[in-house]
Write a protein that binds this ligand. Structure first.
Ligand code: NAI
Length: 246
């Protein structure tokens, strides 16, 4: 029970890695705030996790819309008086090669992955500083480190997430708030649905463990960084990829 009674927000938690992380956190004793774009998906996730005995609340939130983030954060503060952990997990892809990428594709990915991470963090940071404690975990990607064909927008957003992580770790570290980033490799979720099978096989072969990751394997890393076991880890960029190289 490493997160007993901690109030934890996991963005984009109706599916994939976010849902697995919400499940893991609930199992570690946390009060979990599930939030995502579609209210019916949020409700389904909330019910599933509650059926397992978790303490879970759900909100419809678009992380790229500051007003919707602020409304959720205010509601949580009213109800619980604190926010202990934020996992910035919500993310999207809109892949196209440089020569074909539209401005709309570029802007959409930056506004969810990069600005969404900024929005949620800024919305909770003041409370964490006031508490003198908190943990924020951002989600980058191996594309943000090595680049990836067709992902100018995505790799820029995920490299930017690392830049913000290091900046916030410096700014908030002295105030008791730790900020770290997880760098997932390829993980079996809906986000890979648009990736052709041939490319997926190449991705699998490029992994030193020769396989795609499971959402639960990422959730374990988020739980560790959220917990007091990681009390001296700040500004770290933890790759959870089975090992990859450029
Ligand atoms: P997913 O597509 O299964 O889940 C992402 C969730 O984020 C969805 O529930 C979606 O509705 C939600 N979301 C999207 N835009 C949102 C918005 N504006 N506001 C709130 N929620 C929003 O994807 P997956 O794989 O679980 O990805 C989770 C994170 O991990 C993302 O940041 C992704 O970029 C990152 N990642 C995933 C990898 C993978 O291979 N699955 C690899 C590297 C990074």
């Amino acid at each position: 029970m490493r997160l007993q009674d901690k109030v934890c927000i996991v963005t984009g938690s109706a599916n994939g890695i976010g849902l697995a992380t919400a499940r893991k956190f609930a199992g570690e004793g946390a009060v979990v705030i599930v939030c995502d774009l579609e209210i019916d998906q949020v409700e389904a996730a909330r019910q599933e996790l509650r059926a397992d005995g978790g303490r879970v609340e759900g909100y419809r939130v678009d992380v790229s819309d500051r007003a919707s983030v602020d409304a959720m954060v205010e509601a949580i503060k009213q109800r619980y008086g604190r926010i202990d952990v934020l996992v910035n997990n919500a993310g999207i892809t809109r892949d196209a090669s440089l020569l074909k990428m539209s401005e709309a594709q570029f802007d959409a990915v930056i506004s969810v992955n990069l600005k969404g991470t900024f929005n949620c963090t800024q919305a909770v940071a003041a409370s964490m500083v006031e508490q003198g404690a908190g943990a924020i975990i951002n989600t980058s990607s191996i594309s943000g480190i090595y680049g990836n064909f067709g992902q100018s927008n995505y790799s820029a957003s995920k490299a930017g997430v690392i830049g913000m992580t290091k900046t916030w770790a410096r700014e908030l570290g002295p105030k008791g708030v730790r900020v770290n980033a997880i760098v997932p490799g390829a993980v079996a979720t809906d986000i890979l649905k648009t990736v052709p099978q041939k490319i997926l096989e190449q991705v699998e072969n490029a992994c030193w463990q020769r396989r795609i990751g499971r959402p639960e394997e990422l959730a374990n890393a988020y739980a560790f960084l959220a917990s007091d076991e990681a009390s001296y880890i700040n500004g770290a960029v933890l790759e959870v990829s089975g090992g990859v190289s450029a």
